[in-house]
Design a protein around this ligand. Structure first.
Ligand SMILES: Cc1cc2nc3c(=O)[nH]c(=O)nc-3n(C[C@H](O)[C@H](O)[C@H](O)COP(=O)(O)OP(=O)(O)OC[C@H]3O[C@@H](n4cnc5c(N)ncnc54)[C@H](O)[C@@H]3O)c2cc1C
Length: 349
């Protein structure tokens, strides 16, 4: 197996860095050591006047992408993947990829290039042309007094942000904002954060507790919340390339990891020269059934969280942790189901 990535690891990446509990049984099964990452077992939604808290059914982890992605990449290599690190893929087709260092022939190509890239336009994927649903993310690591076991969520007009602990006593503050708020902003995240601090006193108080641990903000390519197909041009998509869940759920990495395992038996069948068209259709269906409802729920919660006044009203009505736990449960899968996915993977090997 060839594994090509334009980056070299470790490297930083825009992300809330909250690793949901429904990814952990898979990483445990693969022997990935996450012990450096703090456990997070409670969520606090901070509104203008009210806060709302609920417990997770299982602990999650706060882990930087610097550490996690490097662990995953090295693990794949230790398991026999041939690494093409620091190799930008320029072209993809069903039977080959072309990197800036040469061409690699393949019987099956798996697209894991993330939420947005040159291939989405090349493959004619409709979402890549969408301008109405574009969002942008921003993140920075900080130091300051914290309770590492709680993730906090804050709302601002047309956006939201999460505050959660990562390893080395640092805290990640990562947000997402609709493109309509960024006219004339030109990447000046410092000024944007000043603006939302002025609008929302609870955000101002939160930022006031921290000092930056990183030089500047990290931002991202556009985040476009539109459906996409899990197979395109006979390329099996996994992770964000196959579908995006709203970041507020903190479930994108778990979904990416799970999608690789959902895809695995279909890829194995394609490699065994199974009826290719049928295999692709069946993967599309399984992907939709497994992830579709979670993505739909994530959009509903994001609608609420990016409207501070509406959120405040909702918080006044939510008197028990049940509402939070309901929404949490509907944006991820049960632990047993994840364990079944991991078991299925090991039975393919
Ligand atoms: C603001 C924000 C906050 C988020 N917070 C969280 C969170 O707290 N928890 C969570 O679970 N999820 C979160 N997510 C979602 C999460 O970041 C993604 O779901 C996850 O990274 C998807 O993983 P992936 O492997 O599909 O893509 P990526 O992590 O984007 O990886 C894609 C890889 O492909 C490589 N690549 C791309 N193009 C090429 C090319 N042409 N050639 C070679 N290599 C290439 C890149 O270098 C990269 O390493 C957040 C997203 C945003 C936008």
């Amino acid at each position: 197996m060839a594994l090509a990535d334009r980056d070299t690891f470790p490297r930083d990446k825009l992300c809330g860095e909250f690793l949901s509990y429904d990814a952990l049984p898979i990483l445990e099964a693969f022997g990935i050591d996450l012990s450096a990452a703090p456990t997070i077992d409670r969520c606090r939604v901070v509104g203008r006047r009210r806060t709302y808290e609920f417990d997770f059914p299982h602990p999650a982890r706060g882990i930087s992408r610097m550490l996690l992605d490097s662990l995953l990449f090295r693990h794949a290599v230790a398991c026999g993947a041939q690494a093409f690190e620091g190799s930008t893929v320029m072209d993809v087709a069903a039977d080959r990829i072309v990197t800036d260092r040469g061409e690699i022939a393949a019987r099956v190509v798996v697209g894991a290039w993330g939420r947005w890239g040159r291939f989405d336009a090349q493959l004619g994927r409709a979402f890549a042309r969408d301008r109405a649903h574009r969002h942008f993310g921003f993140k920075r690591h900080y130091r300051g007094p914290r309770d590492p076991h709680i993730i906090e969520l804050y709302s601002f007009d047309r956006g939201y942000l999460g505050v959660s602990a990562i390893e080395r006593d640092e805290t990640n503050i990562c947000g997402l904002v609709h493109a309509s708020r960024l006219a004339g902003h030109k990447g000046r995240w410092e000024a944007f954060v000043e603006q939302i601090r002025e609008e929302e006193p609870q955000l101002d108080a939160m930022y006031g507790r921290y000092t930056p641990a990183q030089e500047g903000f990290l931002s991202s390519e556009p985040v476009i919340f539109r459906a996409r197909s899990a197979v395109e041009g006979s390329i099996f998509m996994i992770g964000d390339a196959s579908g995006i869940i709203d970041p507020l759920t903190g479930n994108g990495m778990a979904m990416a990891i799970q999608s690789a395992l959902v895809a695995a038996p279909f890829i194995a069948r394609a490699l065994a020269n199974g009826h290719r068209r049928r295999v692709e259709d069946e993967y599309r269906q399984e992907h939709r059934a497994f992830f579709g409802p979670r993505v739909a729920w994530s959009r509903r919660v994001a609608f609420l969280l990016s409207r501070p006044a509406l959120l405040e009203t909702s918080l006044s009505l939510a008197r028990t942790p049940a509402a939070g736990q309901f929404l949490l449960g509907h944006t991820r899968v049960e632990r047993d189901e994840v364990i079944r996915l991991a078991d299925r993977w090991f039975s393919i090997e």
